[in-house]
Design a protein. Structure first.
Length: 341
């Protein structure tokens, strides 16, 4: 059997660990051949491939990013996109395709599976917002990067008696902000699930200064103000219709300084959360996802996605992985609110 592999959407630490596990187990246990498709769905669309075997996966376990490259290409937005993918898979003798990605990549995989393409999904998203799995790899690394930054920013904030607003990733879900903010001792955490009142934020900032400490505000990139409290400016959209976010940290810092008179600075962590070597947890999870995904190919259990449930890796229908987002609940947010101000 010949197995195609692609990585789509935003890169994150752990992608190479999945690729390595797929190739190592698939080659050793089942005698499979592998073909890498470059740059997400652009690979099978334009027939951009690379050799993928044992030599190509040696030494990649600790490497961030993806040796296959990635993109946010949406084949359903391209004329005859699905037909091109099917033809290129057949031309390359690919019997099964493993798609490693998040909501958008797996959404395309789900549609292709419905059209008869032999697809297996591996969930990947920095935001940890896929409902079918307890955790996705890359998330733990992003949280640790953000937490370490928050730790460092506490000292410079205290030295200059200023507010520091730390903007982290999180388009629709505030998991990174919640975990990193709580772990890093942030004084305010703003997430997409809980629209914020900037006046209340400023009250908490002033309360913090009254105790002779400088506040750290962690804000997810997708956080939005409550209606009527202030406004935000939306940017362009990508191929999947998502607004390109960024700037909420600067806006919150400016509002705080204007309303309280306290010097405020914004720090946007951005793609530093995606880069670098994966944590031990992300290497462990990504490797296990890869091992179980190639077993699913061997069993011809197509149209499924790997998911972490407790400590077990299970298979679920692809549609379950993209059916709805996993969001921070009010109960979890209330735990963090204990430390606000």
């Amino acid at each position: 059997m010949r197995v195609g592999v692609l990585t789509g959407g935003g890169d994150c630490p752990g992608l190479n660990a999945v690729i390595r596990a797929l190739v190592r187990k698939g080659t050793r246990d089942y005698g499979f051949e592998f073909l890498g498709f470059r740059d997400g769905w652009r690979g099978p669309l334009d027939n951009i491939t690379m050799q993928l075997g044992i030599p190509q996966v040696r030494g990649i376990l600790p490497r961030g990013g993806t040796i296959l490259g990635s993109s946010r290409t949406n084949p359903f937005k391209i004329d005859d996109g699905v037909e091109k993918i099917s033809k290129n898979l057949q031309a390359n003798g690919v019997d099964a395709l493993i798609a490693i990605g998040g909501e958008d990549t797996l959404g395309v995989a789900t549609k292709l599976a419905d059209l008869g393409v032999h697809v297996i999904g591996v969930p990947k998203t920095i935001d940890n917002d896929l409902s079918a799995t307890d955790f996705t790899f890359g998330f733990d690394t992003a949280v640790n990067v953000a937490m370490e930054a928050i730790d460092r920013l506490h000292t410079t904030a205290e030295s200059h008696h200023r507010v520091v607003v730390v903007e982290v990733m999180g388009r629709h879900a505030g998991w990174i902000a919640l975990h990193a903010g709580l772990s890093g001792g942030a004084n305010i955490i703003l997430i997409p699930e809980q629209p914020f009142d900037i006046a209340k934020v400023c009250e908490l900032v002033e309360s913090r200064f009254r105790t002779n400490y400088s506040p750290i505000v962690v804000v997810a990139e997708g956080a939005v103000p409550a209606e009527g409290t202030t406004t935000i400016i939306e940017g362009e959209t990508d191929a999947f219709g998502h607004v390109r976010l960024g700037g909420i940290g600067d806006r919150v810092a400016a509002e705080i300084e204007s309303r309280t008179g306290q010097e405020s600075r914004a720090v946007v962590l951005g793609h530093t959360q995606r880069g670098g070597t994966p944590t031990a947890f992300d290497r462990w999870l990504a490797t296990r996802f890869g091992l179980h995904a190639i077993e699913a190919v061997h069993d011809e259990d197509f149209g499924t996605m790997m998911a972490l449930r407790g400590t077990d890796i299970v298979r679920v229908p692809l549609v379950e992985g993209t059916g709805e987002l996993k969001l921070v609940t009010p109960e979890l947010y209330a735990e963090a609110e204990v430390f606000f101000g």
